[in-house]
Design a protein around this ligand. Structure first.
Ligand code: AMP
Length: 401
């Protein structure tokens, strides 16, 4: 059995799910991981993997605390008493830091109330994240909890990129600005890309494309983000698995006034029934590729819309940066779909971007270059690892005391 002393337990709590991972922040080795799903619903289940074994159990999980309790027993069955194991911290992914949180933060009662206060900015996410924090604190009161915010990396976005052109008083009163999300991933991946290139982040202009079920792009100059595609909420920007990304806001008004959809119905439509799923009924790129191969027109159109939006952002960010050193693909689609990468950067040789077909089609789990040797811009695939990044940031906060 591996030694868990010094490890960080990372929690990523969604509205009805809880993902967790026990990770050694220095080596990055994953000692255990699990996921509880359909919490508070019928047919909830939990899967726990530790010591090379995976166990799935279907059981009633009324709330997140029940899920954390069940996870704790799984750990105990594997010989790990979490409370006395010498954990460094519990690191929590918190989606929205609002204007209050710019960096990983040790959780105190004051921090809990502040996360609660800004919850209207992320009504689906922050309350769930908080429940995860409270459950961890109840079960492991002696282990410090650290909140790591998805928005933090983008806190310093230039004002012009962070500001919506609406009435400034209304914006100020309601904390309306572009916050950006997936920050932990953009920060981690851009640092890994620099490491891979054996360059200093301070010398690099990068475009990072985080393409998973949620998707976002960022433009990073010398380690500082200067623009990102998600905005006040994670709905803006690229076409995603089930989210629309950019739309004309007039469409929302039309749906309400003419299509007679309520605000809640429009919320569900744009967040859950749009994007790839809205366009072709599927949100998983593997299935969409199969559908395209079988001649499905809706799947082809969904793919084309997805690529069109992606290229629009890449072009805009190249101009914003002035010079691009590296374009990096990450997350489920970015790491795995050679066809998305190829189409996203097709025909850009004139801009110094040449993807090598053979390198691009090789499958691998490590960071790699997929551009040709003579491509002026390095095109990379770098696997993201948000859990490790959260674990490292949590450990650093605790170490700083
Ligand atoms: P993530 O949100 O980063 O976990 O990404 C999940 C998405 O990655 C899935 O919905 C799929 O669309 C996509 N994906 C995962 N594996 C593959 C693959 N082998 N080929 C294409 N897309 C994939």
């Amino acid at each position: 059995m591996s030694d868990v002393t010094g490890a960080v337990l990372v929690f990523n709590a969604g509205s009805s799910s809880l993902k967790y991972q026990l990770v050694q922040p220095d080596s990055g080795s994953v000692l255990a991981e699990g996921i509880a799903e359909r919490i508070g619903d019928e047919g909830s289940s939990i899967t726990h993997e530790q010591n090379g074994e995976s166990v799935t159990e279907t059981l009633t999980l009324d709330d997140h605390l029940a899920a954390v309790r069940r996870a704790e027993r799984f750990f105990a069955d594997n010989g790990t008493d979490l409370a006395s194991a010498g954990l460094t911290a519990v690191g929590h992914r918190v989606v929205h830091g609002g204007r209050s949180f710019h960096e990983p933060t040790l959780v105190t009662p004051k921090v809990v109330s502040e996360i609660e206060r800004i919850s209207p900015l992320a009504p689906l996410h922050n309350p769930a994240n908080l429940v995860g924090i409270l459950a961890a604190q109840e079960l492991l009161p002696d282990v410090p909890s650290v909140a790591v915010f998805d928005t933090a990396f983008f806190h310093g976005l230039p004002d012009a990129a962070a500001t919506y052109a609406i009435d400034r008083e209304v914006a100020a009163e309601h904390a309306i600005r572009r916050y950006g999300f997936h920050g932990t991933s953009h920060e981690y991946v851009s640092a890994r890309a620099a490491e891979f290139l054996e360059r200093d982040t301070a010398d690099l202009n990068q475009i990072v494309l985080h393409l998973g079920n949620g998707a976002s792009a960022s433009a990073i100059a010398g380690g500082q983000p200067i623009d990102t595609s998600m905005g006040m909420t994670p709905l803006e920007g690229l076409v995603m698995g089930t989210r629309s990304g950019d739309i004309d806001p007039g469409l929302v008004l039309h749906l309400n006034r003419v299509a007679d959809l309520s605000v809640d119905e429009i919320d569900v439509l744009l967040n859950k029934r749009s994007g790839l799923r809205g366009l072709c009924g599927e949100n998983d790129f593997r299935t969409i590729s199969e559908m395209m191969d079988a001649g499905d027109d809706a799947a082809r159109r969904a793919f084309d819309v997805y690529i069109h939006r992606l290229r629009r952002y890449i072009g805009a960010y190249a101009f914003a940066l002035g010079r691009v050193d590296a374009i990096t693909f990450t997350a489920g689609v970015g790491e795995n779909s050679a066809v998305v990468r190829a189409r996203a950067l097709e025909g850009l040789e004139g801009f110094g971007i040449t993807v090598d077909d053979e390198r691009n089609s090789l499958r691998a789990r490590h960071a790699r270059r997929i551009s040709t040797d003579d491509s002026a811009v390095d095109v990379l695939v770098v696997p993201t690892n948000e859990e490790l990044a959260i674990a490292r940031q949590a450990a650093a906060v605790v170490a700083a005391g």
